[in-house]
Design a protein around this ligand. Sequence first.
Ligand SMILES: C[S@@+](CC[C@H](N)C(=O)[O-])C[C@H]1O[C@@H](n2cnc3c(N)ncnc32)[C@H](O)[C@@H]1O
Length: 213
Amino acid sequence: MKIIDESVEAYSIEHSENEPKYLKALAKETWQKVLQPRMLSGAYQGRLLSLISKIVSPKIILEIGTYTGYATLCLAEGLTKNGVIHTIDVNEELIDIQEKHFKNSPFYHKIKTHLGDAQNVIPKIEVNFDLIFIDADKQNYSLYLDLVMSKLNPKAVILSDNVLWDGKIVNPQINDEDTVAIRAYNEKLITHSQLETVLLPIRDGLSISRYKN
Ligand SMILES: C[S@@+](CC[C@H](N)C(=O)[O-])C[C@H]1O[C@@H](n2cnc3c(N)ncnc32)[C@H](O)[C@@H]1O
């Protein structure tokens, strides 16, 4: 399902910032060489991630689901001078392309990559986070939220991607495991006593949650 009318979306993109050159190159290579390129955040959502990160001005970011590193680099734009972004992915085949494009960007020295299953890696990162981007396997979003709740700095922001899941989320006839998991996750976000959430219907749905403490 197309979430936004195509002409409205085109107009919105036209009146938003352009992506930097090194991100254009990363997106191009991802579309040419990597499986499932639709997973990449893309220019429009990427500019939103960059802007949110600049507003939050985080010292430490956590990204769950690196893929080829597009969103990693967008989020890194808002880091403080000595800030760090930790990014986790379970797929070792992505390491070469990530490394190449991280080196091509101004943020190579600020990125700490972790290879492994996020549910095992998150507890081993012994820092607290100011900004988190949850964008990995949909069935574990709820678990990832549980794992990060004790690792949030005051006023931390959590971004959750694909929360409209191609519009399947609003179709009661669709009840596959991913759709059911995201529905439960969206309920968990909106009923969470420590979070304040707004779900934005952009691209595939992006939730913004603010830690109230
Ligand atoms: C949607 S893509 C991430 C896109 C990326 N954040 C971006 O915006 O360009 C999801 C990624 O999550 C990774 N992933 C899936 N299950 C995972 C898990 N259990 N632990 C860590 N990464 C996982 C996949 O390998 C894939 O690269």
